[in-house]
Design a protein around this ligand. Structure first.
Ligand SMILES: C[S@@+](CC[C@H](N)C(=O)[O-])C[C@H]1O[C@@H](n2cnc3c(N)ncnc32)[C@H](O)[C@@H]1O
Length: 306
């Protein structure tokens, strides 16, 4: 009954159906199908057809499922292919630079262990950045020993498996020809304009909070090797000292090799607290330019702006 009312049939129709179904039960000679009402026959046929097609439907479902699986597989293969070729492309685009970058670890006994630990972290950072650089440098660590080696052995045993790096206990002077060396030091009067691919640039492995001011400049002079400071003043104005941490110098050089622009390299790498602001060739910052432009406005123009 409930079904019928759902079908929206009236009570008369229900009665008719009941009558004809009673007929089906009572008549002996007639076939069951003949004694059914038109509506019931239609329903029965529909049900029979539904039953007959059960296997067919099952088969179709199976086919659709398989098709979806195949589609998924082919997408995955395409994606995998894309990722693979992107990785391959990336690998091809990496062109190692022939510039050598040396971290001179000969100042070990001038540092407290906590500062050596900081230097250790800076070196780890240099290593990681060089490994993912587009133009990685030939990375050297020289004079490795003492507290730094102890820190590396204790905190990062994996360093013995580091790739694409030359680690020496010897001083850089024994490893690289003197004529190839350029000591990078903020105290040098020389300003580095371009990187020379044939040179080996040395960074002082020192975290000294400026306690040993000028020490690397003195060492470079004693050894009679070239020296230069980064061209900071020509490209950026800073609100702090021009003395940078080892990893910042290292990363600036990687960025310069990639972008070909000191200004971009400084602006990308220098930490915000250094307050580096790009300057134009005439030495003024964008802000200063805007200020001086508004200073030179006529009173009328200033009023208009206000
Ligand atoms: C924290 S600084 C050490 C400062 C130390 N008092 C000295 O005399 O070099 C670490 C190293 O980064 C390099 N460095 C830092 N700022 C530099 C700059 N403005 N130009 C060139 N090299 C710089 C130097 O090699 C320096 O030894």
């Amino acid at each position: 009954m409930a079904d019928k009312s759902v079908n929206g049939e009236g009570p008369e129709q229900q009665e008719k159906d009941n009558e004809s179904s009673q007929k089906t039960v009572s008549s002996n000679g007639e076939s069951a199908a003949e004694s059914l009402s038109k509506r019931q026959r239609k329903k029965l046929l529909k049900q029979q057809k539904w039953e007959e097609e059960r296997d067919l439907r099952k088969q179709r479902r199976k086919e659709r499922k398989q098709q979806r699986r195949l589609q998924r597989q082919s997408h995955q293969e395409e994606d995998g292919e894309d990722a693979y070729s992107a990785k391959k492309r990336l690998r091809r685009e990496v062109t190692p630079s022939s510039v050598r970058l040396v971290v001179d670890c000969s100042f070990d006994n001038l540092m407290l262990f906590k500062d050596v630990s900081k230097l250790h972290k800076q070196i780890q950072r240099c290593y990681a950045e060089n490994r993912r650089a587009l133009h990685p440098v030939q990375f050297y660590l020289t004079s490795l020993g003492g507290q730094l080696k102890q820190s590396m052995d204790e905190k990062d045993k994996g360093w013995v498996n580091w790739k694409d790096i030359t680690i020496k206990t010897e001083h850089y002077g024994e490893v690289i020809a003197k004529d190839d060396l350029v000591y990078l030091t903020s105290d040098s009067p020389n300003v580095l304009e371009e990187m020379d691919e044939t040179k080996a640039y040395v960074i002082g492995g020192l975290v000294d909070h400026n306690h040993h001011k000028g020490i690397t400049f003195e060492r470079a002079k004693e050894l009679g090797i070239s020296h230069a400071q980064l061209p900071l003043s020509s490209f950026v104005k800073m609100n702090s000292r021009k003395v940078l941490a080892v990893n910042h110098v290292f990363e600036i050089i990687l960025a310069y090799l990639e972008k070909g622009s000191w200004q971009e390299a400084f602006c990308t790498i220098l930490p915000q607290r250094k307050g580096a602001v790009a300057v134009d060739q005439d030495g003024t910052t964008v802000q200063e330019k805007q200020d001086s432009e508004s200073d030179s406005d006529t009173p009328e123009q200033s009023e208009e702006k206000a």
